[in-house]
Design a protein around this ligand. Structure first.
Ligand code: SF4
Length: 274
């Protein structure tokens, strides 16, 4: 959509034509039914279609370093992660590589669930194209405020774009668990940002109104100001996080994952290869 031919030059995602993977490994810091006991087979892609001031993965989202993979090579990664015991294959910020990911499934379809771990800034067409392959939708819902979306991520149309995409994900999936491990469905993540509580309340209001309070939400407290951040420079206060959790409870969200406040620790950021 940025109008660039990525065979010739880089797009707003800072990526060319071939997928860049920085890290593919078992990861234990997703929500409990996604990480399970053995870990989620997480593939961290380089580049990103957003430009978040506070990106915890900025070392690879703003500088897509890693190795190039063909679709066939990507499919080999899925086999390797499965053999290591992954509960699922988890695509992190792969939107800019949607074509290559879909092509990779011609070579191998994972036997475990496929997770689409996304900023939420997805076109409905992309969600529709992926529905045949994705079992678990794991979108962020970052902003209810257009102004904040522009200020912190450079995307003023974020709220309605995300709402539209996540509503569609809801329609396309049914929550299913086997022995506590998620097999299909939707978990909406919201990272509470220091100083922007009304944004969080607005996100919960939008989910309640358009998607419903039966939906599982993951209210995240793990904000650590990264070095790249120019706007948000402090940590979340416990009182801020508690206010958002209370708001969600009052609104009737019965299926919410709440984090311990000691999650706000940069050790939760994966060890990227830079
Ligand atoms: S969407 Fe996620 S990965 Fe992309 S810039 Fe924002 S926080 Fe970083």
């Amino acid at each position: 959509m940025c109008g660039v031919d990525r065979e010739r030059e880089k797009g707003v995602c800072l990526c060319g034509a071939e997928p860049i993977v920085n890290r593919a490994a078992l990861h234990s810091y997703e929500e409990p039914p996604v990480s399970g006991t053995r870990g989620s087979g997480t593939i961290f892609f380089g580049g990103c279609i957003m430009r978040c001031d506070f990106c915890q993965n900025y070392r690879i989202s703003r500088n897509p370093v890693g190795r190039s993979y063909t679709p066939r090579e990507l499919s080999e990664l899925y086999k390797r992660l499965e053999s290591e015991g992954a509960h699922n294959i988890n695509f992190v910020s792969a939107t800019q590589w949607t074509d290559a990911v879909i092509e990779s499934f011609k070579f191998y379809r994972p036997k475990v669930p496929v997770v689409w771990n996304t900023s939420g800034y997805e076109r409905a067409e992309t969600v529709e194209r992926l529905q045949e392959f994705v079992d678990i939708w794991l979108p962020d819902f970052k902003y209810s405020s257009e102004e904040l979306g522009r200020k912190l991520s450079g995307r003023s149309n974020y709220p309605l774009t995300a709402l539209n995409a996540i509503s569609l994900m809801r329609k396309l999936s049914r929550d299913r668990y086997v022995q506590g491990i998620m097999q299909s469905g939707l978990i909406i993540r919201h990272l509470v940002l220091p100083g922007y509580l009304s944004n969080s309340f607005g996100v919960l209001d939008m989910i309640k109104k358009e998607i419903g309070t039966q939906t599982t939400v993951s209210i995240m407290s793990q904000f650590t100001p990264p070095e790249c951040s120019e706007i948000i420079l402090r940590r979340l206060k416990p009182i801020e996080y508690k206010a958002v959790v209370r708001y969600a409870e009052k609104a009737g969200f019965g299926n919410a994952y709440i984090q311990e406040l000691d999650s706000a620790d940069s050790s939760y950021t994966p060890p990227f290869e830079i």
